[in-house]
Design a protein around this ligand. Structure first.
Ligand code: KG4
Ligand code: ZN
Length: 329
């Protein structure tokens, strides 16, 4: 079974060809980070226009690389939401047109279910039940996966997502977008205990997150140094420690509440070295992490999630973009 995956929910145009469950025939990603970083964040209209320029040539390249034509595909899987409306429209409408032209069935994929599948691409030994920590620019949540398609949202963020917090913190410190990788880079030369930032909601007995207060704490701390040398490395290291501890404390709580001792992580923030180390060293559960390139948005995870959903019998009629889809709907 050959699946073409298409991802355009935010600022990355992703196309991948997947053979059967997890054999990645080829994958391409056209990142717009350079285009958007000069604005300090993603400009939605600009992102949509870039997808329009990039998507069809990438599909063409992917099919050539795979040595197949569109008619050889068995399924097209495209992200239908959540995400930026303009970006989603380009992906979904292109996928619909290709599906008609090649007479290939089409399935819409929830971007979050896509992230949930990312660690599975390289991990044949990860099977439900497991807990999935999704930490991206738009979402921070823990999902209980009893079987594929059977998901329970155990808890999520009350305000900012973890990636959003990294991006906002970077902006406060005058660093470039996206903030996560920049903060991680500078944190390597900083002291994680230089500043005692609060670990949000650490002691509540609910699986929930909150990062907006932490961002404000960073802002006030940085302001104290105005006019003097700002200890950026220490601020980054201390901020990263607080985010990591907040995530880890709720993963441990979810493990304790459910008795499930298998945890996967995905989404852009799962590329963070401090979080990967903390998850990898945990004693109360085993962690599965995607390779670094599959933490952030990509089309392989969409192809894999779409194929799985199709084989579970999901059809769902016309695929329509939905920017505000909830967790794994
Ligand atoms: O999953 P993703 O590519 O897009 C969304 O679906 O949102 O995640 C992007 C987010 C950005 O906020 C970015 O700052 C964050 O992931 N991120 C990181 C790292 N790499 C990307 N955060 C912390 N450390 C990183 N190494
Ligand atoms: Zn994402």
């Amino acid at each position: 079974m050959i699946t073409l995956g298409i991802e355009t929910s935010c600022d990355d145009t992703g196309v991948a060809v997947l053979r059967n469950e997890r054999e990645v025939v080829c994958e391409f990603l056209s990142s717009q980070i350079k285009d958007h970083s000069r604005f300090g964040g993603v400009i939605p209209e600009f992102a949509a226009r870039k997808h329009l320029e990039n998507l069809l040539p990438l599909v063409d390249t992917a099919l050539k690389e795979a040595g197949i034509s569109g008619h050889d595909l068995d399924l097209i899987a495209v992200t239908r939401g959540p995400g930026l409306m303009g970006s989603l429209i380009v992906g979904v409408m292109t996928a619909r047109a290709l599906s008609q032209a090649w007479d290939v069935p089409l399935i819409g994929v929830n971007h979050l279910e896509g992230h949930l599948f990312a660690p599975l691409v390289d991990a044949e030994d990860l099977e439900p039940p497991f807990l999935s920590l999704i930490v991206s620019g738009g979402h921070t949540e823990i999902i209980r996966v009893d079987s594929f398609g059977e998901y329970e949202l155990l808890g999520q963020t009350r305000d900012d997502a973890a990636g959003e917090a990294y991006d906002k913190a970077a902006r406060i410190l005058g660093l470039k977008y996206p903030g996560g990788p920049e903060i991680e880079r500078l944190a390597k030369n900083g002291d994680p205990h230089a500043f005692d930032f609060p670990v949000p909601l650490r002691n509540t007995d609910k699986v929930e997150f909150s990062f907006s207060g932490l961002k404000t704490a960073l802002l006030w701390q940085a302001k104290k140094f105005e006019g003097a040398d700002v200890p950026v490395n220490d601020l980054c290291a201390s901020f990263q420690r607080a985010v990591t501890e907040a995530l880890m404390s709720k993963v441990r709580l979810a493990v304790k509440m459910t008795g499930i001792r298998k945890v996967s992580a995905s989404g852009g923030v799962s590329a963070n070295g401090a979080l990967r180390e903390a998850l990898g060293n945990a004693r109360d559960f085993r962690a599965w992490l995607p390779g670094l390139s599959r933490c952030t948005d990509n089309a392989v995870m969409i192809a894999m999630a779409g194929r799985n959903s199709w084989l579970r019998g999901n059809r769902g009629g016309d695929v329509v973009p939905n920017p505000s889809l909830e967790s794994c709907e």
